[in-house]
Design a protein around this ligand. Structure first.
Ligand SMILES: [Zn+2]
Length: 516
């Protein structure tokens, strides 16, 4: 009996969050840990703009360390990236293949946070997230974003996720439990929403943005986004869905920071000694990148505004949580390519890949529908294909591979079965490729775009995109502001050694006094 009591006391003393006993707060722990995700933020773009920032970014660089984070796989997309930031797991382990993917058994495409019946869910995420690690403890875990997938996936299967409802032009709170988000009553959010109606003023360029980009406003390749054209001004009232236009304006960042400050008060984040987690993911940054590219006047203008808004937010953290009582990581779910027009590249669509693959298979097997889906980076053969004799299938696969390799836009084609599995025994690009696939869910073949070529769609053409295995998509700024930091001269360039982005979630967990 004495032994049992002693053991219980020992366990209680060393217990991380979520276990029985008195939770231990680590020595020097912060009260609030913030993960700020700037969606689609390539390292090359931050380096190009660094000297223009004198606000929030400057303070982050004076209080933290500027590292370059390298995403470990070629699944450099929003859903896999947000899953990785909250779990430390790449696609091979997280099971999140892309923003949407073909499910062989269901014979349909589902979004990353969509269950078989169409409801929202994080059921496809195979691993625990930071919200799971804090569940059952007095610590809170909150995710905020315009996009549902970006608010939900870093948490995992538990926590509070608040995201934007374009139809109602407001943010809605969801309690995430066992991977299912259910609308959650939050009186403070009702009051906040009533006092902060969406103000859709036109987006015009700041005087200080003029000339910084060094490129014309109507540069070739710019497509605009959410109904906006290539050039300033961008008036949401002239678009088809004005409430949806916030996704492609600096306003989309501003309303999230406003909400974040209200959430700290409303949810009492950082109010006690138990460290809480706040994830903020800035979706508008991604849409502006897609619409105009990172070299554009639009992107420069958005980031100069972001620089100022971050400064205000950091001051609010000092005031609400206390100076020195919060820690933060600022980074991104993926980078992006420079405009393909500027690097001798071009655009490729999944429909072109599917058509090319089907034509090649038909040359061996005769006319038919041999390909079910070619959503990047996977190609799934149809059920009809698998009824063909093995030798015929083998020659059809060879024909498909060689047909796709003849595309100037495609760099690599191969069998998923050869590329997947035992990733830690592989090196370099082979390891990155391996980490891109879930051996059970991924396709039969894969393809990767050549340098300079972006994945695009016919119905929504983009200025730029991301997703590839190339450095511009995988390398992102990683600004680390740990607890107990001291100020220094603001960094003007990153520390040379890169950090594997799988290390971010364990670092946050450590600050929170928990483990994934
Ligand atoms: Zn993204």
């Amino acid at each position: 009996m004495k032994y049992a009591l002693l053991l219980a006391a020992l366990v209680a003393c060393s217990a991380p969050h979520g276990t029985a006993g008195h939770p231990e707060v680590p020595e020097g722990a912060p009260r609030l840990v913030v993960l700020l995700v700037i969606d689609q933020w390539p390292e090359w773009s931050f380096e190009a703009k660094r000297s223009a920032f004198h606000g929030g970014f400057e303070r982050l660089l004076a209080e933290g360390e500027w590292r370059v984070g390298e995403h470990p796989s070629a699944a450099t997309l929003t859903a896999p990236g947000h899953a990785l930031l909250g779990t430390g797991a790449a696609t091979a382990t997280s099971g999140i293949l892309a923003n949407e993917w073909w499910h062989r058994d269901l014979h349909s495409v589902l979004m990353a946070v969509e269950a078989d019946d169409g409801s929202e869910s994080t059921k496809w995420l195979r691993v625990r997230g930071l919200g799971d690690a804090l569940a059952g403890s007095p610590a809170k875990a909150v995710g905020l974003s315009l996009k549902a997938r970006a608010a939900l996936l870093p948490l995992g299967h538990a926590g509070l996720a608040i995201y934007y409802d374009g139809g109602a032009a407001r943010f809605v709170a969801h309690q995430l439990a066992n991977g299912v988000p259910s609308p959650a009553a939050r009186p403070w959010l009702e009051t906040y929403t009533a006092g902060h109606p969406l103000q859709l003023a036109p987006w015009t360029m700041l005087p200080e943005t003029g000339g910084l980009s060094g490129v014309p406003d109507d540069r070739a390749g710019e497509t605009g986004e959410k109904g906006f054209g290539a050039t300033f001004p961008h008036d949401p009232q002239t678009t088809k869905h004005p409430n949806d236009a916030v996704f492609a304006m600096p306003l989309g960042n501003d309303i999230l920071f406003d909400l974040a400050e209200a959430t700290i008060d409303g949810e009492q984040l950082g109010a006690d000694h138990m460290p809480d987690l706040l994830v903020i993911s800035l979706s508008a940054h991604d849409y502006v990148g897609h619409g105009w590219g990172h070299e554009s006047e639009e992107q420069w203008d958005m980031e100069l505004r972001l620089d100022q808004r971050i400064a205000v937010f950091l001051d609010a953290l000092d005031k609400k949580v206390g100076a020195g009582k919060w820690a933060m990581i600022v980074t991104s779910d993926h980078g992006a390519s420079p405009l393909p027009e500027t690097i001798h590249g071009g655009r490729l669509t999944p429909d072109q890949v599917a058509a090319g693959a089907n034509a090649a298979a038909s040359a061996v097997l005769g006319p038919g529908q041999w390909i079910d889906n070619a959503h990047y980076p996977n190609i799934y053969f149809s059920a009809a294909f698998f009824t063909q004799p093995p030798n015929e299938r083998k020659s059809a696969i060879q024909r498909v591979e060689s047909a796709l390799r003849s595309f100037p836009s495609i760099e690599k084609v191969g069998a998923v079965a050869d590329a997947a599995g035992h990733c830690e025994t592989r090196h370099g690009d082979d390891r990155a490729l391996c980490l891109t696939f879930d051996p059970e869910r991924s396709g039969d073949l894969y393809y990767l775009p050549a340098r300079g070529y972006i994945m695009d769609t016919e119905d929504e053409p983009a200025a730029t995109a991301h997703g590839s295995i190339h450095d511009y998509d995988r390398q992102v700024p990683l600004l680390i502001l740990p607890p107990g930091r001291t100020k220094h001269a603001p960094a003007t360039q990153p520390v040379p050694e890169m950090i594997d982005m799988r290390e971010v979630a364990p670092m946050l967990a450590k600050w929170l006094g928990t483990k994934l």
